[in-house]
Design a protein around this ligand. Structure first.
Ligand SMILES: Cc1cc2nc3c(=O)[nH]c(=O)nc-3n(C[C@H](O)[C@H](O)[C@H](O)COP(=O)(O)O)c2cc1C
Length: 390
């Protein structure tokens, strides 16, 4: 199975991630990791930080001559702004010149200060910040290479920003559409909604306000049988929900049409099973279950959505708080913030889906080299075919 651990503060010297459990023989290229990190910075409504954050990547271990060794892969992402923060974020003995004592509502600031016995909100916000998702994306980029080698590809697209929502009956985008999606200012596949989303962001920006929204992730090529019905902690939908909900600001995870079908009758809420004679396989032609039944992938595309709340730091700080020192009412301080991060949420969500799927694929097929895993996948696919003939 796959494990990964991130370390690093938002304005610290670097972020680091260690990915453990991937097989040998995968092509791991620094350029591919950097490209995924570049996708995370995309999107209208993101602040200037995204333009000068250059995500300088170094692969520290687990790779030799461009191929994974099966040992832990450690990746470092340098903070190009470090010279500006070297003193304030120093690891040496010392103290801050500018303690933040007005915790921001909607952030980990106050609860984190109370829990960890800290008086400076920066001691909490630096780690709670979504800058950490850059380390996840680096890990996810390697997981994607693994998944691709066994025919699994993952995309995401934005389905709502603020009150602008694409038509939910629209066709699922294909993996080949990803270039078009990434080229959209808001990573929206349906061009009819792009302008409305951009205008919504502009209007919120003008008011110094922020916006949330929803992204959809689609994974193609996932074979039937990933995840399991036998234990609560092996259910694929549960694992995906945990992974997506762990992303900063995500408050809803939806599997398939999960929210909508809660309002329908049972006769209209499920995916009828058909026999596809030509391909000798069982098919479902709707995506109500998001390609998962009983915690197990069905072989249809996995469809999940994640919704994030409007960002809690506003460019016009109006959210009330209390100075933890004086106990006087005030408004929360302004840390640099975006108007919306929904387009980036898509890329981070793809990452979390990739890491979960990679882990569960490894659990099902085992193997230490990519060749061994591929042959295990083939033998399982043959078993599925012969099983049908009996
Ligand atoms: C990609 C991404 C970028 C984010 N950028 C910001 C931001 O610029 N300003 C902000 O207030 N919150 C931002 N957030 C959300 C906060 O990190 C998050 O709301 C905060 O850490 C509290 O966690 P919680 O909302 O899960 O309770 C971002 C989240 C993501 C996924």
């Amino acid at each position: 199975m796959l494990r990964f651990l991130t370390a690093g503060e938002s304005h610290g010297k670097a972020l680091v991630v260690i990915v453990e459990g991937l097989p040998s023989g995968l092509e791991v290229k620094k350029e591919d990791i950097s490209a995924e990190l570049g996708r995370r910075r995309l999107g209208f409504g993101r602040g200037p930080r995204m333009r000068f954050e250059q995500d300088e990547v170094t692969v520290l271990s687990g790779v030799r001559f461009g191929k994974s060794l099966g040992s832990p892969i450690a990746i470092e992402i340098l903070n190009t702004e470090w010279p500006k923060w070297e003193v304030e974020m120093s690891v040496e003995t010392g103290e801050s010149k500018k303690i933040l004592t007005t915790p921001r509502p909607g952030h980990a600031d106050l609860a984190g200060m109370q829990k960890y016995n800290l008086i400076d909100a920066r001691d909490v916000l630096e780690r709670a910040s979504a800058r950490e998702t850059a380390a996840r994306v680096a890990a996810g980029s390697v997981a994607k290479v693994f998944l691709k080698s066994i025919g699994i590809s993952i995309l995401s697209h934005v389905v709502s920003i603020g009150s602008v929502r694409v038509d939910s009956s629209a066709e699922l985008p294909k993996f080949e559409d990803l270039e078009v999606i990434d080229a959209s200012e808001v990573r929206c596949f349906d061009v009819n909604f792009e302008d409305a989303m951009v205008n919504e962001i502009k209007a919120a920006a003008k008011d110094g306000d922020s916006l949330g929204g929803t992204v959809e992730v689609v994974a193609y090529g996932v074979p039937v049988g990933i995840g399991s019905h036998v234990h609560w902690d092996r259910k694929l939908d549960g694992l995906l929900a945990h992974a997506l909900m762990s992303i900063q600001a995500v408050k809803v995870v939806e599997i398939g049409e999960g929210i909508d079908i809660a309002f329908r009758r049972g006769s209209e809420a499920h995916d009828p099973i058909h026999w596809d004679k030509e391909n000798e396989s069982f098919r479902r032609f709707s995506h109500n279950s998001g390609g998962i039944e009983g915690g197990i992938s069905t072989g249809e595309p996995i469809v999940v959505r994640a919704s994030m709340k409007p960002l809690a730091t506003l460019n016009r700080p109006v959210l009330k708080t209390v100075d933890v020192k004086t106990k006087e009412e005030t408004v929360s301080f302004k840390e640099r913030t975006d108007v919306t991060a929904v387009p980036a949420l898509g890329v981070v969500s793809e990452t979390m889906v990739a890491l979960v799927l990679a882990s569960e694929v490894l659990r099902k097929f085992g193997g230490d080299s990519i060749g061994e895993i591929k042959s295990n996948v083939e033998s399982y696919k043959n078993q599925l075919k012969t099983q049908l003939k009996n």
